[in-house]
Design a protein around this ligand. Sequence first.
Ligand code: YXS
Length: 264
Amino acid sequence: MNHYEFVKVELKDRVAIIEFNYIKKLNALSECFIQDILKALADLNVPEVRCVILRAPKGSKVFSSGHDISELPKAKRDPLPLSYQDPLRILTRTIQRYPKPVISMIEGSVWGGAFELIMSTDIVISSDKSTFAMTPVNLGVPYNVVGIHNLIRDAGLHVMKEVIFTATPITAEQALKIGILNHSVPDDELEAKTLAIARLICEKAPLAIEVIKEEMRVLCEANAINPDEFERIQGLRRYVYDSLDYSEGLTAFFEKRKPNFIGK
Ligand code: YXS
């Protein structure tokens, strides 16, 4: 098994647990952290592993603080970043295509890109104390088409509009109600509940699980968008990346002050 700097990997029978080990940045989804998660997933793609759990360390107050804001594209750049080759996009695609079920076991708060990360996993089990926030409008980020599609497909349009337009964290109870979570349980039951589901999966036919997971992915992604519309959206995103508001959003975060958005 590879040595990893930003994750710890543990095997419990045929369940593999990838524990985040990047607390200095509150498990922000920096490229180096994502590369370790991808390496661990590749190493664990072996027959003796039947299910993978992603988790933060026990007792974490923050599951992940989302995209590493210091790695967000600088203003005046093409909207390619946060798009196809962005590390977070590669990670969500890898999880969605991964031939084994991936379970998110949530403790602490979930922010921004980490919200999309857990939505790309197959099953989401959370502490009932966790909160979930999508925060592009706090920074002026023109989130990308795939990310938005992932969110509205799974959580519903109206709910996600309120979550995104207000950037207000929702509780685990609310997340359970709108189908983002499979289960919301007390902290002291979280590991047992998650492991019980993982171990049940391990007893089932892995090849059938693999092909049915891929069928579900292909069916869920079967959405027509004409190339003109896609180009038009990318142009709108480029305009936002070039805006004063985007620069202001990033600056305000690092200056630890409220941003003053002027719509330009
Ligand atoms: O001041 P120092 O140097 O100690 O650094 C602080 C924070 O700047 C840093 N930090 C981050 N650095 C990069 N990217 C981040 N996402 C990030 N979050 C935090 O970590 C140090 C400790 O943070 P601090 O003092 O705020 O800790 P806290 O315990 O008071 O508060 C924890 C949080 C998570 C509530 C707070 O750090 C926070 O609100 N973080 C930003 C969460 C967020 O908005 N994430 C979205 C990132 S952008 C993204 O995911 C997408 C692109 S989008 O925007 O579209 O959703």
